[in-house]
Design a protein around this ligand. Structure first.
Ligand code: C2E
Ligand code: CA
Ligand code: CA
Ligand code: CA
Length: 270
């Protein structure tokens, strides 16, 4: 009885979220947050990751961890994903013009979006519409996409490479044991997952794994960025091991566009 009512409550909440997700775009309830990505050598801001936020009229701020899976399931991730791409590219172009000419924007791309046959045309449209050069757009794809070693995957990744956008592997090292996809696909950046960063200074095995990932990426002419960096010790370790970039609370939380711009002003980028 207890579990049943708990499950029912959970299910009706999920269904309510699913329903309101259908109206969230038109009601302009989404917002883009920007988390700075910093060059570990120079300490300068070189990019930002665009992160989706949903201000639900009744439930308040809903975490993407909660609603992205629902949007994946019902297909709404495609229009929502397109919306954040457009908004983030437009905003980045403005910051390039006013402050940082080489600012890069990283946008998460879900498997469902990646499966769209006309993805490159959609991206070309967004880049033309916003005036952002392709090389300043980095798409973050999870390992699950690469692991599907099908002809369609190869074709799409090659299309994206031809388009000139950058490709990053998100949450690297968390999902799959095979590394063979690294030699098959055009990859620019490896994103070292937070779970590694978390124990890099407390666990010597993790330290060795991270060191090896950085070394391997460099040998393959790829760049490394560490996510979820929260402490000075983590930062120092990564810098010493020549990781290229980092993002995390140690430098900044994800910020609203206004806050990000204030940060750029405060640090004299504009
Ligand atoms: P992710 O792509 O791995 O994004 C990194 C997450 O770590 C973000 O959570 C970010 O706010 C958080 N984070 C960054 N630095 C730190 C830190 O120092 N400490 C801690 N504890 N957390 C940190 P967020 O924004 O809640 O996003 C969660 C996930 O939702 C993302 O994980 C991504 O998978 C997904 N997501 C967010 N926005 C989008 C989007 O526009 N499209 C798609 N497809 N997925 C998105
Ligand atoms: Ca990401
Ligand atoms: Ca992650
Ligand atoms: Ca940590």
């Amino acid at each position: 009885q207890f579990y049943t009512s708990k499950m029912n409550a959970y299910l009706s909440k999920q269904i309510a979220l699913d329903n309101s997700l259908h109206h969230a775009l038109e009601r302009e309830e989404f917002q883009v947050y920007y988390q700075p990505q910093v060059d570990l050598r120079t300490g300068k801001i070189v990019g930002a990751e665009a992160l989706l936020r949903w201000q639900h009229p009744e439930q308040g701020l809903v975490s993407p961890v909660k609603f992205i899976p629902i949007a994946e399931e019902n297909g709404l991730i495609v229009p929502i994903g397109e919306w954040i791409l457009m908004a983030a590219c437009r905003q980045t172009k403005i910051w390039q013009t006013n402050c940082l000419p080489n600012l890069r924007i990283s946008v998460n791309l879900s498997a469902r979006q990646f499966g769209q046959h006309n993805l490159s045309q959609r991206l070309v449209h967004i880049l033309e519409e916003t005036g952002l050069e392709p090389k300043y757009l980095e798409l973050e794809l999870t390992e699950s996409i690469f692991i599907k070693n099908t002809e369609a995957t190869t074709r799409m990744l090659n299309e994206l490479q031809t388009l000139g956008v950058e490709i990053a592997i998100d949450d690297f090292g968390t999902g799959y044991s095979s590394l063979s996809y690294l030699k098959q696909f055009p990859v620019d950046t490896i994103k070292i997952d937070k779970c590694f960063v978390d124990s890099v200074v407390t666990d010597s095995k993790t330290a060795k794994i991270v060191t090896a990932i950085i070394q391997m990426a460099h040998d393959l002419n790829m760049k490394t960025i560490a996510e979820g960096v929260e402490t000075k010790a983590e930062f120092s370790f990564l810098r010493q091991r020549q990781c290229d970039e980092f993002q995390g609370y140690f430098f900044s939380r994800p910020l609203t566009a206004t806050e990000f711009e204030q940060l750029l002003n405060r640090e004299n980028y504009c």
